[in-house]
Write a protein that binds this ligand. Structure first.
Ligand code: HGY
Ligand code: MN
Ligand code: MN
Length: 396
């Protein structure tokens, strides 16, 4: 079964906005193809399939009785630009395979497998749209922003409320690649996630003065890109050797972006993560103060736009213990990557199981999963379902 899971991940990787790479952002046209393939696999496994107003695809496998509690198994189907085949995708297909392995046997609980439409935050700069719709935490401003994309995809934004989790939820479990070097360095296939690091995402925009590159003396410039460059160097130098804190400038936008024009505008993205919220917030303030000082010195205006303020989230102890019993050799660890589980954890018991990332590589076409690790995770998932079944029977 684990080989089927991996080959299906590779099959879905072909649904892309960018031929030759896997790039699939929120409700982009290739997501229709993904829905068709995933929907067929869900039906094959005995699930009723629906697509909610935010484009989450949902497969429901009912329990022995209509008002049974519900276990949700999920992850995301969108990708970063030029992604690998497994980030997010693996968790959805693992859920479908686990339901398929029940071969029609009905459990004391229902199972809903969800493929979230948006976790990476690429199209609108704001992540976790799919799982926030399930949690009921989409704000009005964001709903207004994404409504055209929802309509363009053929969905009805007035039905967003129906996407919210309802009924008696047993909990949420997410299988995901680690996307880092820890499991490989410990030569371990699986990790049980204890907590997910908090993250701040914001943009810094510098507004200077475009001018002629050849006639404007160096000390008479308001160069927006030079200011942005100083911030990037500051971040890189300041964080050297600072274990536990990551700060990444992944995007830059320059106008008018011509070799013979002094840049009048430069905008950079900043992504800061740390498992202690106070450290993350302090460093965020430091970067913004440094940007203000650089802007003043260079006679450039500066503004910061917040995109995400996500505190560190701990997984549910009891629910995670069930996963730890199902995967007794797994490493207990913190996640540096954000996941939909961090959005759902405040609303329902949440647990995550990591699979090793060979080379610690992710958000890259060479992202990989070892077949034996997929088999170990599938086996742990099967045990997890059995543990829930017994505990549901005894604790009812
Ligand atoms: O960026 C992240 O942490 C995740 O891959 N969305
Ligand atoms: Mn990702
Ligand atoms: Mn992911």
């Amino acid at each position: 079964m684990h080989n089927v899971i991996l080959s299906r991940c590779r099959e879905l990787a072909q649904y892309t906005e960018e031929p030759g790479f896997t790039t699939r952002t929120f409700l982009s046209p290739p997501m229709h193809g993904v829905h068709a393939a995933v929907g067929a696999w869900m039906r094959q496994a005995g699930m009723e399939v629906s697509i909610d107003a935010v484009g989450n695809i949902r497969g429901l496998y009912s329990g022995v009785n209509a008002n049974a509690k519900k276990l949700i198994i999920g992850s995301h189907l969108d990708t970063v630009p030029r992604a690998g085949a497994y980030d997010g995708i693996l968790g959805v297909l693992m859920g479908i395979a686990l339901v398929g392995a029940l071969q029609g046997r009905r459990m004391r609980y229902a199972i809903e497998v969800i493929g979230f439409s948006e976790e990476e935050g690429i199209r609108y700069g704001v992540p976790f749209i799919g799982s926030r719709a399930l949690a009921g935490t989409l704000d009005a401003a964001l709903i207004e922003k994404i409504t055209p994309a929802i309509r363009e995809f053929g969905l009805d934004a007035t039905k967003l409320k129906d996407a919210q989790a309802s009924g008696n939820i047993l909990g949420y479990v997410e299988f995901h690649i680690e996307q880092g070097p820890v499991l490989e360095s410990m030569n371990q296939p699986l990790g049980v996630v204890v907590a997910i690091k908090g993250q701040s995402r914001f943009e810094i925009e510098f507004l200077g003065q475009a001018n002629h590159a050849g006639t404007t003396p160096m000390d008479m410039r308001s160069d927006a890109l030079a200011a942005a460059a100083e911030v990037i160097v500051f971040v890189s130098r300041f964080t050297q050797g600072m274990g536990g804190l990551t700060c990444t400038v992944g995007k830059i936008h320059v106008e008018p972006n011509a070799s013979n024009v002094i840049p009048g505008l430069a905008r950079i993205s900043v992504d800061i993560r740390h498992d202690e919220d106070a450290m993350r917030e302090t460093f965020q303030q430091l970067v913004q103060d440094e940007a203000a000082e650089i802007a003043a010195r260079r006679s450039v205006k500066v503004s910061c736009t917040k995109l995400l303020e996500q505190p560190t989230v701990f997984m549910d102890e009891e629910f995670t213990a069930r996963m730890a019993v199902a995967a007794p050799h797994a490493v207990h660890m913190t996640s540096g990557a954000g996941h939909d589980a961090m959005i759902l954890a405040p609303h329902m018991p949440a647990a995550m199981l990591f699979l090793r990332s060979p080379g610690g590589l992710s958000h890259h076409p060479a992202e990989h999963v070892l077949p034996e690790d997929a088999a170990a995770a599938f086996e742990a998932g099967r045990r997890f379902l059995e543990i829930l079944e017994r505990l549901e029977v005894s604790h009812g």
